[in-house]
Design a protein around this ligand. Structure first.
Ligand code: NAI
Length: 719
């Protein structure tokens, strides 16, 4: 017998308070113990129902209820399908038994109620949420490749109507704070504190004696139309189309199953809808994609953010005042991110005017946020007051961290560090946002190389969640830990890599781009190449991405790499993409978007279709690259190189690899990241190796699996 996770307290007035309080962990989840407790509670309530006047669900934890038991879900194989289905049906049955007791049931939501937590609340007749920073409400299952299988689809469709249920709750997995949940109709009331929360719950019960039954306990009606109504019929065909647009053809099964469960469930009675929902849920749970996404977006992300790659024996430290050197695109974005996190920023450029222009970038972002109701005038003013534009180094006095983002020129970077190192705090952390220059080389120009570290942000800084921290040969543990803490302080996700050409992210994204460009050289149809990237799940199509980065950049990097490799006595192997880029630039003068012409044509700076010359000069009718191969060549080239990064010690953790690849360079989320893609590939690493060898035979040696991958495959291990 497991310890009960739900306390049952009945007061003299016949009100039963069900307190969710799992003794085995810090948050409540839908684990076996909870399921057993829920059944017991439903049994007892049914036995005592004649003397029960009302029921209140609340929790003794900081959050109300955290959701599904992810360890259990990630372990479920297709052989467990019946068990998963039965589990989902049992929870639904027990919640439904409580819902239909014939007495008012109230959810007193005292903190986060996500996924299973909100499903419990949905089964209550009345929902009151504590208006506090920790309160988050919603059904984020889709972000883990799942659907809410505890009645969440069935009930939100009946609560909000199918359109709002899909768009506001189910398909994006949006999380609402208490106020917004109230506006969206997800809760009925909010409360200022715990006492008010429980008082309001009791007041609802007092106002609704069991005999009156104001709620529909027999079943639900769907607002906004039943399947027969014209409005419903008119909306229905739009959903699959908008879903296709949202997903770009990428293999995410969850949104499709959610749509199907919502639509099919809306045409039948409540009980049948619950069974339909349970079946679609089970299919997702036992499938591979949810495992990939749970691994990455829950376990790996938690490992990365909690500091698995941070030196452990350095005390945490917070930055109070940061110097951002260079107020261009990156510097302006970095200044905004720091000020947003409450850090004072001195934004320095060569002139006051340039520095002010950098600050104006924050003003622009905040004006937009204000217009959308995402910030207040007070918060905007406070944030802007923290950014001081400056041209004079004297303004940097007292800064305890420096982030350099001047032009990508090693001599200039070394010069600006020379200028500032006497002015800032004597132990200030020194960071460079270089995207290509070796950190070890830049450190040669500073007086305290142990305090020098790479801090590689991504553009646009305000939207991109990842920062790649680069450890140079002389970077000390203290600096590494402080850089890590700074990235967490500005609420971004840090991965830690060792210094090497292109670090991790730029190096690996280069494989993806090269592969797409190489296909053009083989005569593949350019529209198909773009389509393959979209259907593989990449957020940016490969040729359009190349245009953004410019065609000259990889040529420059290639030359530098070639020189470095040859200087080390190595042999330089050209990539088949090189010849295509050379022709594009030298023969056709097409250098990318900023040059007004690249793989695409541009009109007034806007993309205006693929350049017709590609078909004329490159495409060959007899060149048949199968579409499946196109997709896999992109995914494999990146995954294979990620293994090499791990092998060479550029990467030191699997979690960093998975999270860095998804958040930094757009490796498709459904894979769970570049290494999890190998784990989850049909047949696991062994199956991946077999396929890599096929690709190597057909397209070149670069697809040959490396030693570490072969070793994993042979031992039957995973990353
Ligand atoms: P940018 O050209 O927009 O800005 C550079 C700024 O540095 C200019 O405002 C310039 O006036 C200023 N500057 C030049 N000399 C200076 C000095 N002595 N003192 C103070 N400021 C000075 O360049 P961007 O794109 O912002 O890039 C900056 C750095 O960030 C480069 O090292 C780049 O490689 C790196 N990076 C760029 C990314 C991107 O997507 N653009 C992504 C990640 C890193």
């Amino acid at each position: 017998m497991t310890a009960s996770t739900i306390r049952y307290d009945r007061d003299a007035d016949g009100i039963v308070t069900l307190t969710l309080d799992d003794p085995s962990q810090s948050a409540n989840t839908m684990n076996q113990a909870f399921k057993a407790s829920l059944t017991e509670v439903a049994d007892r309530l049914e036995a005592e129902k004649d003397t029960v006047r009302g029921v209140v669900f609340t929790s003794a934890k900081k959050s109300f209820f955290a959701g599904g038991d992810l360890r259990d879900l990630i372990a479920a194989t297709p052989a467990d399908a019946q068990r998963v289905l039965d589990g989902s049906l049992t929870i639904k049955r027990d919640l439904r038994r409580i819902e239909t007791l014939g007495v008012p049931v109230v959810a007193a939501v005292n903190g986060a109620a996500l996924g299973g937590g909100y499903e419990i609340a949905l089964a209550c007749h009345h929902r009151i949420a504590l208006d506090a920073p920790g309160t988050k409400i919603g059904l984020p299952e889709v972000t883990l490749g799942l659907l809410p299988g505890g009645g969440g689809v069935t009930r939100t469709v009946r609560l909000l109507g199918i359109t709002d249920a899909l768009l506001k709750v189910l398909l994006q997995g949006t999380q609402y704070d208490a106020r917004r949940a109230l506006e969206a109709g997800l809760v009925h009331e909010v409360a200022a504190d715990r006492d008010e929360l429980l008082a309001k719950a009791r007041a609802f019960i007092d106002a609704h004696p069991a005999s009156q039954q104001p709620w529909d306990v027999k079943g639900y009606k769907i607002p906004g139309g039943t399947p027969a109504s014209p409005r419903f019929a008119a909306n229905l065909p739009a959903f699959p189309a908008s879903l296709r647009k949202q997903l770009g053809g990428a293999p995410y099964p969850a949104p499709r199953n959610i749509l199907a469960a919502a639509v099919e469930g809306s045409q039948v009675d409540f009980e049948t809808a619950q069974v339909i929902e349970a079946r679609y849920f089970t299919e997702l749970v036992v499938g591979q994609t949810s495992k990939n996404m749970i691994q990455a977006f829950f376990f790996d992300l938690q490992a990365v953010n909690s500091g698995a790659s941070r030196p452990q024996d350095v005390a945490p430290r917070q930055v109070r005042k940061v110097a951002v050197l260079g107020a261009g695109m990156m510097g302006a974005g970095i200044a905004y991110a720091c000020a947003k996190a409450g850090i004072d920023v001195v934004l320095k450029d060569v002139s006051e005017e340039a520095a002010r222009k950098g600050k104006a970038y924050s003003e622009g972002l905040l004006a937009k946020a204000l217009a959308k109701g995402r910030t207040t005038e007070e918060k905007r003013d406070a944030l802007l007051a923290r950014i001081t534009p400056a041209a004079d180094v004297a303004a940097l006095a007292g800064c305890d961290a420096v982030i350099e983002a001047v032009f990508e020129d090693p001599a200039l970077k070394q010069k600006v560090f020379q200028e500032i190192q006497q002015v800032v705090a004597p132990d200030a952390l020194l960071c460079s946002n270089t995207s290509t220059l070796p950190i070890t080389l830049l450190a040669e120009g500073v007086e305290r190389p142990a305090d020098f570290v790479g801090l590689h942000f991504f553009s646009p800084v305000d939207k991109m969640p990842l920062v790649e921290i680069i450890k140079g040969e002389r970077t000390g543990d203290e600096a590494l830990a402080r850089a890590f803490d700074l990235v967490r302080q500005i609420r971004k996700t840090p991965i830690v890599v060792n210094d090497s050409r292109g670090f991790f992210t730029s190096r690996v994204i280069g494989r993806f781009i090269n592969e797409g460009v190489a296909m053009i050289g083989e005569g593949a149809d350019p529209a198909s190449v773009e389509q393959a990237a979209a259907q593989a799940g990449y957020p940016a199509k490969v040729l359009s991405l190349m245009d953004e980065l410019t065609l000259t950049l990889p040529r420059k990097i290639r030359e530098e790499t070639r020189r470095a490799v040859e200087a080390d006595g190595g042999t330089w192997t050209p990539h088949p993409a090189d010849a295509v880029l050379d022709r594009m630039v030298e023969e056709f003068g097409r250098t990318g978007r900023s040059g007004g012409a690249g793989f695409y044509d541009y009109v007034d700076g806007k993309r205006a279709g693929l350049w017709p010359g590609l078909r004329e000069h490159f495409t060959r009718k007899d060149a048949a690259v199968p579409f499946e191969d196109m997709k896999e060549r992109m995914l494999f080239s990146e995954a294979l190189d990620t293994v090499r990064c791990l092998e060479e010690g550029v990467l030191t953790s699997v979690a960093d690899a998975n999270i860095g690849s998804i958040l930094g360079i757009g490796f498709p989320g459904w894979t769970g990241g570049a290494l999890q893609y190998i784990n989850g590939y049909e047949g696991g690493p062994q199956g991946f190796v077999t396929r890599a060898r096929e690709l190597a035979a057909a397209y070149g040696e670069r697809f040959e699996p490396s030693a570490l991958l072969l070793e994993k495959a042979e031992r039957g291990e995973r990353f």
